[in-house]
Design a protein around this ligand. Structure first.
Ligand SMILES: Cc1cc2nc3c(=O)[nH]c(=O)nc-3n(C[C@H](O)[C@H](O)[C@H](O)COP(=O)(O)O)c2cc1C
Ligand SMILES: CCCCC(=O)C(=O)O
Length: 401
């Protein structure tokens, strides 16, 4: 059911808020997918605090400031994004809807906002780049211990015209996600971790089919004598059984000196290197020191270190430490246009939303992602107008309770 608003925009009367979108999505996903998408690490307190942090701030509305022309746009990677909101990289979007990452890419294009593509997407980075057309693409990277695999991915991303890589740095070890463990989460066999589907190694993706097929052919990673593995409790663990994407996402050896310098060498100048998952002033200063091109303040949507600061609470110290030398973005818990406003007023240059895009996909595929972006954009514009702001800057518009 739809209705036309006085300004000509069309409302989906069944879904007027992100909270309603979440409810619709809930009934459209199977339990395994729902739990995987929605859960946080351990008790989920950081996941909750990411949301609650926004409630600690109030907007200080200014009046009599002629808000007849409001400019919500923001330049990013040489592109004018319609709003300072992008779709954060989230893995395996085909679980939500058959449109998958292509649906997200097309919706992002339609709404003129950038999209981050997960390394563990169920669509290839080339297909997503095609669907995105003029929209700048960002590839989220998990840097594998075996650099050859990362190198291949980076070369493909460059060729496909990706503008930046976001190196995820909050995942040296995978957080504990109890529902994922209980459900024995697996990617169903008809989906592929697409960017690695052609590779013999790493045998990423579905543990039961792809890997058993590899093993049957006598070329499992362990048999090939590679160095696949991870470190647990100080001990080196080399998986002898099927290799899963879980063991590859987490790279405990990641560090500034070796990896950031190397990554810059292999990505630049075609692609900018950013770090995603900074949560302290100390690391923000190191990021500037190592000359990354930008920071995403993130705690992985509360899926990694439970008990970590909410991202909005970490944002001010990062902004202060960076002193405008590089852009600071933030993600985690953004569910309202007013949240976007608050994050920007506290110094973020741009925000990214994760789960709401997955809920949009689950609700109506591409159309649902468009709806999600439209809801947030409309709310953001309305918030700016009512707060007396025609172009966002960071001064004085929010107060902490
Ligand atoms: C289901 C799911 C999968 C995710 N996959 C990735 C990923 O592959 N790489 C990554 O860097 N972050 C990943 N993230 C984290 C998001 O990029 C983002 O930081 C987070 O979702 C923001 O929080 P929000 O969901 O509250 O908006 C994932 C998050 C979710 C919920
Ligand atoms: C192995 C994890 C890959 C996807 C991810 O980052 C997440 O589920 O949070």
């Amino acid at each position: 059911m739809t209705s036309k608003a006085p300004d000509g925009s069309v409302h989906d009367l069944n879904c007027l808020t992100i909270a309603e979108l979440q409810q619709h999505a809930y009934t459209r996903m199977d339990k395994q997918t729902r739990d995987y998408y929605n859960e946080g690490a351990d008790s989920g307190s950081t996941l909750q605090e990411n949301l609650d942090a926004y409630k600690k701030y109030r907007i200080r509305p200014r009046v009599l400031r002629d808000v007849s022309k409001i400019d919500t746009t923001r330049d990013i990677f040489g592109f004018k994004s319609s709003v300072p909101i992008g779709v954060a990289p989230t893995a395996m979007q085909c679980l939500a809807h058959s449109d998958g990452e292509l649906g997200t890419a097309r919706a992002s294009r339609k709404m003129a906002v950038p999209m981050g593509l997960s390394s563990f997407a169920t669509t290839t980075l080339e297909d997503v780049a095609d669907a995105s057309a003029e929209i700048p693409n960002v590839l989220q990277l998990y840097l594998f211990e075996e650099r050859a695999h990362s190198l291949k991915l980076i070369a493909r991303a460059k060729k496909a015209g990706y503008k930046a890589v976001f190196l995820t740095v909050d995942t040296p070890i995978l957080g504990r996600r109890n529902l994922e463990i209980r459900n024995q989460f697996k990617l169903p066999p008809h989906f592929k971790i697409a960017n690695f589907a052609e590779e013999e190694e790493p045998a990423l993706g579905d543990e039961t089919t792809e890997n058993s097929a590899n093993q049957a052919k006598g070329r499992s990673k362990a048999k090939a004598g590679s160095t696949a593995g991870y470190t647990e409790g100080g001990k080196r663990v080399t998986p002898t059984g099927p290799i899963t994407f879980h063991t590859h996402a987490a790279n405990p050896t990641l560090c500034w000196e070796n990896d950031i310098e190397w990554l810059k060498e292999v990505c630049c100048p075609e692609m900018e290197v950013w770090v995603k998952g900074i949560a302290t002033a100390e690391d923000a200063i190191l990021a500037v020191h190592h000359q990354v091109r930008g920071i995403v303040v993130s705690n992985h949507g509360g899926r990694q270190l439970n008990g970590a600061l909410a991202t909005l609470d970490a944002l001010p110290e990062v902004v202060e430490a960076v002193r405008g030398q590089i852009p600071v973005h933030v993600d985690g818990g953004i569910r309202h246009g007013t949240d976007v406003f608050k994050a920007l007023a506290l110094g973020a240059d741009f925000v990214w939303v994760g789960r709401p895009a997955l809920w949009g996909l689950a609700y109506k595929g591409q159309e649902g992602v468009e709806l999600m972006l439209r809801l947030l954009s409309d709310e953001f514009r309305l918030c700016m107008g009512l707060a007396g702001v025609t172009k966002m800057d960071r001064s004085g518009f929010v107060a902490r309770l």
